[in-house]
Design a binder for this molecule. Structure first.
Ligand code: AHG
Ligand code: MN
Ligand code: MN
Length: 319
């Protein structure tokens, strides 16, 4: 007889005893998974409930805030704060970090509530990205300008809202994936301890910037173009997820318009770097491993090269 598929709850009870922090982490993961189901339901009906438009406001990056960005941000913040474990939240959609003193231990969470939000108008796959850091008792946790160090990162999570709703969790040195059974509102495990293929199948980059790249970047992308298939959704998380499972490389290099690239260190690059490392791949800014950088600003940007070990190593040697 086939054994029943493991649910997210089964998985969480399995990791409960692996590490004393996991009891808190489990509550945080639950808050995120509940938020993902709420957000997925809003996305599904967005075209018929006038949720595909813009708020008419711009965020700190001078990008339009979509109605969906706002709703998803509120859902994550409310559910995470309800755990009473989170002292700091940094979000793409909040100019300043949220700070609420908690009883120790406390956690710092970074959120990209909707990644690829401009794709919502054409029903293209989007997602959410989150990073989780544990703060030491000794930290100045009453300082709302506080930014954690990468070694304190204990988990990273992303969701995909596409043909299926997917939840990917990196914690305890493993990457595991789940798909939502919407009828039961339950996530079911689909992948255990994901390791990204060493070989590259796809490269993902916006080649529209070709003339704005440095000569070295132009040469490396030309090499990729001559050897691999291009796939670019324009939702980082969808491109990342496909490459994680199939093998590939995603690049958002610096260009004349964006001297530090476009992607944000705390709520896009660090969570995905943490995930790819735990899946046996590599992330780099072109100069350093993002996980070794001490961020200087909550909304800091850096270039990103991320994916399968062999191709990222090759590309870094060409830059
Ligand atoms: P967000 O919707 O969170 O602002 O992120 C959009 C990002 C990322 O998802 C994507 O890879 C990138 O913007 C696309 O930018 P270009 O249009 O410059 O390629
Ligand atoms: Mn994003
Ligand atoms: Mn976003």
């Amino acid at each position: 007889m086939q054994t029943p598929a493991q649910t997210l709850d089964d998985f969480l009870s399995q990791i409960k005893d692996l590490n004393p922090t996991n009891l808190d982490l489990i509550r945080i993961i639950k808050a995120i998974s509940i938020s993902a189901i709420d957000i997925k339901e809003i996305i599904e009906t967005a075209p018929i409930s006038n949720m595909t438009g813009s708020t008419g406001k711009t965020n700190i990056h001078k990008e339009e805030i979509q109605l969906l960005d706002n709703s998803a941000n509120t859902i994550f913040v409310e559910n995470l704060m309800e755990t009473q474990l989170i002292s700091h939240i940094v979000s793409e959609e909040l100019q300043d970090p949220l700070h609420k003193p908690t009883n120790s231990p406390s956690y710092f969470v970074s959120i990209d509530p909707v990644d690829g939000s401009s794709n919502i108008t054409s029903s293209i796959t989007i997602g959410s990205i989150l990073g989780i850091w544990k703060l030491d008792n000794s930290e100045q946790i009453n300082d709302n300008l506080f930014i954690p160090n990468s070694p304190q990162m204990i988990a990273a999570i992303y969701t995909i809202y596409g043909p299926s709703t997917i939840l990917v969790i990196a914690c305890n040195s493993m990457v595991n994936a789940f798909a939502l059974n919407p009828a039961k509102k339950a996530f079911i495990q689909t992948h255990k301890n994901i390791k990204t293929p060493n070989e590259c199948k796809y490269y993902s980059v916006n080649e529209n910037y070709f003339l704005k790249w440095t000569n070295k970047t132009q040469k490396t992308i030309s090499f990729l173009r001559d050897n691999y298939s291009l796939r670019y959704v324009g939702s980082l998380i969808a491109d990342f997820h496909r490459n994680l499972l199939n093998g590939g490389i995603f690049l958002y290099p610096e260009n004349k318009d964006y001297p530090n690239g476009k992607l944000r260190l705390l709520y896009e690059i660090l969570p995905l770097s943490y995930i790819i490392e735990n899946a046996g791949g590599i992330a780099s800014t072109g100069k350093a491993n993002p996980l070794t950088i001490k961020p200087s600003h909550h909304h800091q940007k850096t270039p990103l090269i991320i994916g399968s070990k062999k191709i990222v190593t090759k590309i870094l040697s060409m830059l």
